[in-house]
Write a protein of this length. Structure first.
Length: 215
């Protein structure tokens, strides 16, 4: 991840409605199917003007577990830089999450019927205060995601993650540091930059099924 800027006004999550979200999730799945068939990225379809503006997004792919409600991560990649049009960003990161997440082997076509896609559109990053006590007080679980940056080390956790694991603010900060490859107490160091952001997220209720808003 690299922080970059764009002259065009980036899309903010609150600008998107459920119709936009449903379309982005469908595009994420379709882009993976297209890449599997043709070995290249598909061209962005015709979309509403807001989806043509620069946007930052993550695509999360999860495998349905043996028990109802169980989730198993299969891939998650995105960008915090609103450089490309949002619709193009979703196409790119969906393919990357499917084939280039270093934690998992590339997905086989036979798996497509076993996984659900989630698209999270990110807001601009807002820096947290330098004092540790103020950092903790600035975070709201269920609203904020976190980015930790120190030198060449960077890590991001989406707002959904602490909800899934039942973390409090201290847990969240610690695991964000670990995600960046740093000590879990790195956020005590004022030289460690910590940012928060919000998202608008939509997820398939089942593989290829109805798309519902999650955040």
């Amino acid at each position: 991840m690299r922080l970059r800027t764009s002259k065009a006004r980036p899309v903010e999550p609150e600008e998107l409605n459920d119709e936009h979200g449903r379309l982005l999730v469908r595009i994420a799945r379709r882009s993976v199917e297209y890449y599997m068939d043709h070995g290249r990225l598909m061209e962005p379809p015709s979309v509403d003007e807001v989806l043509k503006r620069p946007g930052a997004a993550f695509v999360t792919i999860e495998k349905e577990g043996a028990r109802r409600g169980e989730k198993e991560l299969r891939g998650c990649i995105g960008t915090i830089s609103p450089v490309h049009p949002l619709v193009e960003t979703v196409i790119r990161v969906a393919v990357d999450a499917t084939f280039s997440d270093p934690r998992f082997p590339p997905m086989r076509r036979s798996e497509l019927g076993e996984v659900v896609f989630e698209v999270s559109v990110l807001s601009r990053l807002k820096p947290l205060p330098r004092r540790p006590r103020d950092r903790v007080a600035s975070i709201r679980i269920g609203r904020d995601g976190l980015v930790v940056i120190k030198g060449a080390y960077q890590g991001l956790l989406l707002p959904q993650v602490p909800l899934d694991y039942g973390w409090n603010e201290l847990d969240f900060l610690g695991y964000a540091c670990v995600k960046a490859g740093l000590r879990p107490d790195c956020w005590f160091d004022p030289e460690t930059l910590v940012y928060r952001f919000t998202v608008a997220s939509w997820r398939e209720s089942r593989p290829g099924g109805e798309v519902l808003r999650t955040l």
